[in-house]
Design a binder for this molecule. Structure first.
Ligand SMILES: [Zn+2]
Length: 226
């Protein structure tokens, strides 16, 4: 991974707009998990390897994590399934506390207790935890937890035939109502409808299957990083 790191170890600051744009237009697998692309016109976010025809450069912005893209108002693409993207190792080790917090949240720490309790377990204040997340994840701990629950649920919907209540519980939702409401809000579809969407796994195993334009550069790419 060679995303530039100009003056800090912040992953958010490390994303280079032109490099991300080249990577997504080329569907470069090496970048999978390292950033996510939000498309302003569709309000959907994708992995760099998405098989769908890439959006125009002027309509996209880049995020270091799926949680950050979601926090910015984008919903996960149903074709490239951001919930199964490899987790970017770029920031690992740069902040042991964030790393530990992410592990705890993934294990359900914020499904049962609040941010204060999590911060206490980490031995820091809740505001400091917020700042670390803003810097390294690009989203708050609660936003990260919500994205994590949603991704877990989506994987269970795609890969198992578990009943909805069981999916909701296993993914960490406090109730079936909350589970349904979150899917309606983020995917604009119910969990049942999501389960019916067929996943074309083959599309992701063929590199650059659609023939990718590589010359989209110019003023459109020079916009401020979101
Ligand atoms: Zn996609």
């Amino acid at each position: 991974m060679k995303l530039r790191s100009p003056d800090s170890d912040s992953v958010v600051a490390m994303l280079d707009r032109e490099e991300c744009d080249r990577a997504r237009l080329a569907r470069d697998r090496r970048y999978d998990g390292h950033f996510f692309t939000g498309v302003r016109t569709t309000k959907i976010y994708c992995r760099p390897v998405c098989p769908v025809r890439p959006a125009q450069s002027r309509n996209v912005s880049f995020y270091p994590t799926a949680a950050a893209a979601q926090a910015a108002g984008f919903r996960p693409c149903l074709r490239c399934r951001p919930e199964v993207a490899p987790f970017s190792p770029a920031w690992k080790g740069s902040r042991a506390t964030v790393h530990r917090a992410v592990r705890l949240i993934r294990a359900g720490a914020l499904d049962r207790d609040g941010v204060d309790a999590l911060a206490e377990r980490l031995g820091i204040g809740p505001r400091h935890l917020d700042r670390l997340f803003a810097k390294h994840i690009g989203a708050s701990p609660l936003q990260f937890a919500q994205a994590n629950r949603l991704h877990k649920a989506k994987r269970l919907l795609d890969n198992t035939r578990l009943p909805m209540t069981e999916v909701a519980v296993r993914a960490g939702f406090s109730s079936l109502r909350r589970f349904n409401a979150t899917f309606a809000e983020v995917y604009k579809r119910s969990p049942t409808e999501i389960r019916r969407v067929p996943f074309k796994a083959a599309a992701l195993t063929r590199p650059c299957a659609l023939g990718v334009p590589r010359k989209e550069k110019g003023p459109a790419c020079a916009g401020p990083f979101p």
